[in-house]
Design a protein around this ligand. Structure first.
Ligand code: TPP
Ligand code: MG
Length: 543
């Protein structure tokens, strides 16, 4: 006879069986048996201050491990609190399992405490949402949840475990994960077409997105680029997939490249607003590699459309572009390198600016100088993140995290929590706008409480800068409505939560302050006073 145990423990065992050693939650009576199950099964429970943060942290835990994290939210306001984070992962196509508590099934439709039709709320922003009504089937439902979250295209799922199901006892059955590791290699005809197009191109450009990280394809990407002598632009989690000093890595000449390319190859990224909805040169041929067939043809029909895993497809294409023989690319590569140099020359004054308050680009340059190449940097904010991301070099894939296509401010401290829990030995730095910090700033308490040494650099322009600057540009200086903040001394939050504090007003103070913060071996908050008008006239992406 199999041992009998509570549903909560069955859930915890199944979670652990999927390689998840930490869950993120905010407590509630409806989900209490899961905590006891985690205690007995050796799963760490990290409790946060808002359910949104639990789901963001679980998503980031997964991003760091290239796996799927778990958040547990109690019934009603617990589950509704996760909605923004679930939507963020839905839009970014990242895996996430959210387990929601619910009033006992026996009280359904009786106006029980915290009762709400949660499934129908979560369904439009998840790949899969289901209710388990039988404790014995919890392991099977957990396995189905993971399978759906991790299947391509990846995404968030929601599993509802009502209170009486979690408290009920059932025999402990098999909890092994039930998933296939099969990879899609792409339609051979399309792969061949892609190799021919790229092999024959005079002015190719490759844009590689987060799929490179998720599919573990950075080596294949490098071989593909090197064999075909293809210039590569990286976005999202793919940043760092080629090291910054790689001769085929380009960052600031993307507009020039997409404006003049004869073949554009987009891998592991959708043709969304970040790629101008695919409206680059009309004459260019498009090779598009994506795991989701519905993405091929969105905004622009591909000339070669490949549904597949980035590592599998690039592994074949790396040989294909070699056989196709790379035409003479050197003039094209030199032209892009010139555009690259021109960008740095144009911005050198800002990057080296000694002005106080600090210029956003100078902050980025000082971070680049001080940070170890193995640091994970999380960008959470508007202009400050845009500026830092243009100047800071990323050395390893998966080491730059930002809100992504949902543009979700507030991911900073929760992502840090997820990343630091997934990879405790990593140095983790959050670059947060003073505005963005407010959304989940109370997770600084969680970071301190769990003794997680993260450095939070607050870019303090006393404003929602990315909105204020165009607002003033459109409506005039008197029209600053809802976009000003106070010059708050955010470093003093360390007095409340515990941790190391730094306050920076001048560029020369930046490097020593950052170094002290990095060496502090505890939560450190570095409040950097930025020039609120420094980013006027810079390209704008926020509306
Ligand atoms: C949750 C959320 N609310 C609002 C916005 C709109 N928004 C985009 S950028 C921005 C300003 C960000 O201000 P801050 O974090 O201080 O960075 P700054 O631009 O000042 O450097 C806002 C409000 C958003 N993207 N996400
Ligand atoms: Mg700001």
């Amino acid at each position: 006879m199999a041992e009998r145990m509570q549903g909560g423990r069955l859930a915890a065992r199944a979670i652990a069986a999927h390689g998840v050693d930490t869950i993120f939650t905010l407590s509630g009576g409806h989900v209490m048996p899961i905590y006891e199950g985690c205690r007995l099964e050796g799963v760490r429970v990290v409790d946060v201050r808002h359910e949104q943060a639990a789901a963001h942290a679980a998503e980031a835990w997964g991003r760091m491990r290239r796996a799927c994290g778990v958040a547990v939210a109690t019934a009603g306001p617990g589950v509704t609190g996760t909605v923004t984070a679930v939507a963020n992962s839905f839009v970014a196509q990242t895996p996430l399992v959210v387990i929601g508590g619910a009033r006992p099934l026996a009280q359904a439709e009786q106006r029980a405490l915290q009762e709400l039709g949660q499934l129908s709320l979560l369904r439009p922003i998840t790949k899969w949402a289901a209710l388990c009504t039988d404790a014995e089937r919890i392991p099977e439902f957990v396995a189905t949840a993971f399978r759906n979250a991790l299947a391509q295209p990846r995404g968030p799922v929601y599993l509802e475990l009502p209170m009486d199901v979690l408290f009920a006892e059932a025999p402990a059955g098999d909890v092994a994960p039930s998933r296939s590791s099969a990879r899609a290699f792409g339609d051979p005809r399309e792969v061949m077409k892609a190799a021919e197009l790229l092999g024959g191109a005079e002015r190719p450009a490759v844009v590689a997105g987060s799929g490179i990280w998720w599919d573990g394809a950075w080596r294949q990407l490098a071989a593909f680029a090197e064999n075909g002598r293809l210039p590569v632009f990286l976005s999202g989690s793919a940043r760092g997939a080629l090291p910054p000093d790689h001769e085929l890595f380009f960052q600031h000449s993307r507009g020039a490249a997409l404006g003049a390319a004869d073949v554009v190859c987009v891998i592991g990224a959708p043709l969304d607003f970040r790629l101008g909805f695919g409206r680059f040169t009309p004459d260019a041929k498009l090779v598009h590699v994506h795991a989701d067939p519905a993405e091929l043809g969105r905004n622009r029909a591909p000339d070669a459309g490949i549904v597949g895993d980035c590592a599998a497809v690039l592994g074949i294409l790396a040989d294909g572009v070699k056989r196709g023989g790379a035409g003479d690319r050197e003039a094209w590569l030199a032209r892009l390198r010139e555009a690259e140099t021109a960008w740095w020359d144009e911005h050198r004054g800002e990057i080296e600016s000694d002005a106080a308050p600090v210029h956003h680009y100078r902050l980025g340059a000082e971070l680049d100088r001080v940070l170890d190449p193995g640091t994970v940097v999380i960008g959470d904010g508007g202009d400050v993140v845009a500026a830092v991301s243009r100047v800071l070099r990323v050395h390893r894939p998966g080491h730059w995290l930002d809100p992504g296509p949902f543009g979700c401010l507030g991911i900073g401290p929760p992502y840090a929590l997820g990343v630091k829990t997934a990879s405790p030995t990593k140095q983790v730095v959050v670059v947060a706008g003073d505005g963005a910090l407010g959304l989940n700033g109370f997770e600084l308490d969680t970071l301190a409480r769990f003794d997680l040494p993260v450095v939070v650099v607050v870019g303090n322009d006393g404003a929602w800068g990315e909105i204020r600057i165009p607002q003033v540009g459109i409506y005039g200086a008197e029209a600053e409505v809802a976009t000003r903040l106070a010059p708050t001394p955010y470093h003093r939050l360390a007095d409340v939560f515990g941790g190391h504090a730094e306050h920076v007003e001048r560029p020369a103070e930046l490097a020593p302050a950052l170094e002290r913060a990095l060496a502090a071996d505890q939560l450190a908050i570095v409040n950097v006073m930025l020039d609120p008008d420094a980013m006027s006239g810079h390209p704008y992406r926020g509306m």
